[in-house]
Design a protein. Structure first.
Length: 747
């Protein structure tokens, strides 16, 4: 059992393969956080806490005249607002009498075999399904799916309110999950004004905070900064996890590198508003909180009702950021993504968006599909523009009826012809969106988020449907199903092209309007769940104007997400680099597009565009009919090569070798087989210099005492890892190389 409870000291010790997490209900029943980090003996780590008389940090009444016991100075597992801890709180409620102070004490706990799940919310699961196991590259020795659950119940001293802290201990995956459930035992409504899913207090240490910021067409830029006294936070109040900040944060020691040092990853499985906050306090203690952003949130918990705060996944690495990422990669690939496409080979696709935008008819698409089939592409995706009155992005959203006039045929006829060419067929939807110029809006203007008496905020000239409402969701769901049932469709792209604003739901009373954002996300999950249940074989790709909703919550429903609307290969280097810290390449939608690039006008070699796109879910997004014969020959070879390396890329261990934002010459990354038997080294020359110096790259994840073959030359593994491989000389800017490194058979 990975969960130990010592009833004498009331000590909870949770262990995974390499990490340990510890809490203790102390003599007052306060749940202390005593350790998260390196695995060690189940010793009581509360010995590290220094008790002292702290001025202006008060004492709980039951501590009597002990002035050394202050919640304000203690490492707390789930700090509540208002009872003497003045740091950022994990919980703030509003009781029927208008007060907010809450004093949580340990009541009981329960240990269960297996991993808990959460009603209506994404959560890591412990057993990969049979099909997944059959396809998955053999897991490293000892990697099963063993998980246990601990639920600790805290009660407010006024006994109106209970907090159940959920812990999933995923031993082999090296992951600990957390979630929270609160229960109202009073006779009146209790309002939740803030509930964070995670709080981790560090007694000492100097930390860096690593976050991922961005904007539309430039998501998940990596930022590392030392923690200063006070709070540093990232978050979203856009109703989605957002392009601007990602709900994945890392705390590390100051000297932690890619390969060495302590670091702690915090990933939120939620697709709406979030807040990640790191606070360095007056005693140089650090508190990390992650949960729903409180700004748009106030949830009424009725008597006897429960509220579940979403799950967060935590991981610790003593071997730097690279290993931390690989922990999340494996866990998300195998225990978060679901369904047959999780481990089944995904098709190489052609998406028509950057090729033709809204300017197409059925014949044009068939022509593209014909060339695509010839190139070895396996799936043809018809993006935006096939429905309602939709020849531009100003109208038609919400009218999910096929525009037969524009296509010149029915959807079934189009799909049949595409299948006749040997391709699968996919289609784009933006289920949450609605244009004012649509039949749906004319019939149901109140279904869109608008505040009575206020002009709505438009974005891309569209509004959003109130997905917190079941009737709205049911309508959209049934119309989507009608389309999906009318033809053979194997893929669906679920897009969303604006942030939420003007939150108001006609279905809720004034005092419950603070629930709308969260209910919207629950509505989204509900619809995605129904979709995945009804179409279990369909590959669903998430998207929000590129990577505006690239989060672990969405990955529970959509095993891949379009990474960014920026398809420029060089821009993509930093976008995919940043994304790789928290998410596996198998989730990153990535396509080869035409040049000059649509977003940057940059020209990059076709080979380089493929090197970058292959490090994700590989596809093309251009008008194949406009390609030269020479380009077509290159593309055919790329697709063949991708299929050859598929398992290595998608299931191998991913290593960041350089930081594209810092490197001046060659940027590199690598996929290594988990057993070290082969690797694929990817290099992009960011600058070339005539008569320049030699360039070397040190490989990772090989066997030091094995011999490897690279381009017909033999090298010892330790030389490749310690001294590096001399790289080919780039002769044009942005040239790239893909080098296969294979272990020689032992003689
Ligand atoms: C935004 C997406 O990111 C694009 O790939 C494309 O689907 C457009 N929306 C269509 O409107």
């Amino acid at each position: 059992m990975a969960i130990l409870f010592d009833s004498t000291s009331r000590l909870f010790t949770l262990t995974t393969a390499h990490s340990m997490y510890q809490m203790k209900a102390d003599r007052y029943g306060v749940l202390l956080h005593t350790w998260f980090g390196m695995k060690g003996s189940a010793f009581d780590y509360s010995y590290r806490i220094a008790y002292a008389d702290r001025g202006f940090s008060g004492n709980p009444y039951d501590a009597g005249d002990d002035r050394t016991y202050s919640l304000d100075a203690l490492p707390l597992e789930f700090p509540a607002y208002g009872s003497g801890d003045y740091r950022a709180a994990a919980l703030k409620v509003r009781y029927p009498d208008g007060t907010s102070a809450c004093d949580l004490r340990y009541l009981k706990h329960e240990i269960r075999e297996g991993k808990y799940s959460l009603p209506g919310l994404p959560a890591l699961y412990d057993a990969p399904d049979q099909e997944q196991q059959a396809h998955e590259t053999p897991a490293p020795a000892g990697c099963g799916s063993r998980s246990d659950t601990l639920i600790i119940t805290l009660e407010d001293t006024r006994r109106m309110f209970y907090v159940h802290l959920y812990y999933g201990v995923m031993e082999d995956l090296d992951i600990i999950t957390r979630a929270v459930c609160v229960e109202n035992h009073s006779e009146d409504d209790i309002y939740l004004e803030n509930i964070q899913s995670v709080c981790v207090d560090y007694l000492h240490g100097e930390y860096d905070l690593h976050t991922f910021y961005g904007r539309h067409v430039k998501e998940r830029n990596y930022q590392r900064s030392p923690l200063m006294h006070g709070s540093q936070s990232v978050g979203s109040t856009r109703g989605t996890s957002s392009h601007q900040y990602n709900p994945f944060l890392i705390l590390s020691d100051r000297d932690t590198t890619e390969d060495t040092g302590n670091c702690y990853g915090f990933s939120f499985l939620y697709s709406g508003d979030f807040l990640g906050n790191a606070e360095l306090d007056q005693y140089n203690q650090t508190r990390l909180l992650l949960g729903i952003h409180p700004d748009n949130f106030c949830y009424c918990v009725r008597p006897t009702e429960r509220f579940y705060a979403p799950e967060a996944a935590l991981a610790y690495s003593a071997q730097g950021l690279g290993r931390l990422s690989r922990i999340f990669h494996r866990a998300y690939r195998t225990h978060l993504c679901r369904g047959k496409w999780t481990a089944k080979r995904r098709p190489v696709l052609l998406n028509d968006w950057e090729g033709v935008y809204f300017d197409f008819d059925g014949d044009k698409l068939i022509q593209m599909a014909r060339d695509a089939a010839d190139l070895g592409i396996e799936l043809f995706v018809m993006d935006d523009g096939w429905f309602g009155k939709r020849d531009l992005d100003v109208s038609g959203l919400g009218d999910w009826t096929v525009n037969v006039k524009k296509l010149g045929c029915t959807l079934k006829e189009l799909s049949d012809q595409i299948h006749g060419l040997g391709l699968q067929f996919g289609i784009w939807f933006e289920p949450e969106g609605i244009n004012e110029d649509s039949d749906l809006y004319r019939a149901h203007p109140d279904w869109a988020f608008t505040i009575p008496g206020k002009q709505p905020t438009r974005s891309r000239l569209q509004l959003l449907l109130d997905f917190s409402r079941e009737d709205v969701r049911e309508y959209i769901f049934s119309h989507i199903c009608q389309v999906l049932d009318s033809a053979r469709i194997e893929y669906l792209k679920w897009d969303l092209n604006r942030s939420l604003a003007d939150l108001y739901s006609a279905s809720l009373p004034a005092k419950r309007q603070g629930e709308v954002m969260h209910r919207y996300v629950l509505g989204l999950y509900d619809m995605l769940e129904k979709l995945t249940q009804r179409y279990p074989d369909m590959l669903i790709e998430g998207c929000s104007g590129g990577g505006g909703r690239f989060d672990a919550g969405m990955l529970y429903y959509t095993p891949q997400i379009w990474c960014s609307d920026d398809t420029d290969a060089i821009e993509r280097l930093s976008i995919q680099y940043g994304t790789s810290f928290g998410y596996p390449v198998s989730t990153m939608g990535s396509h080869v597009s035409h040049c000059p690039n649509e977003q940057t006008r940059r020209i990059t070699p076709l080979n380089t565009r493929a090197t970058v796109a292959m490090s994700g879910t590989f596809g093309y997004e251009l008008d194949v009919n406009k390609m030269t014969e020479e380009e077509k020959t290159i593309v055919k070879a790329q697709i063949r090569e991708f299929k050859e390396y598929y398992d290595l890329i998608q299931y191998g261990d991913y290593y960041r070798l350089t930081d594209p934002n810092k490197v001046e010459a060659y940027h590199g990354w690598e996929f290594a087989a988990p057993d070290g038997s082969e690797a694929l080294l990817c290099i992009v020359a960011l600058q070339i210099h005539p008569n320049g110096p030699g360039r070397w790259m040190c490989l990772k994840g090989l066997k030091a005492d094995s011999v490897y073959l690279v381009h017909g030359q033999k090298y010892p593994g330790d030389a490749l890892m310690n001294s590096g491989l001399l790289l080919p000389t780039a002769t044009e800017e942005y040239e790239s190389f893909r080098l296969h490194i294979v272990e020689c058979p032992a003689v």
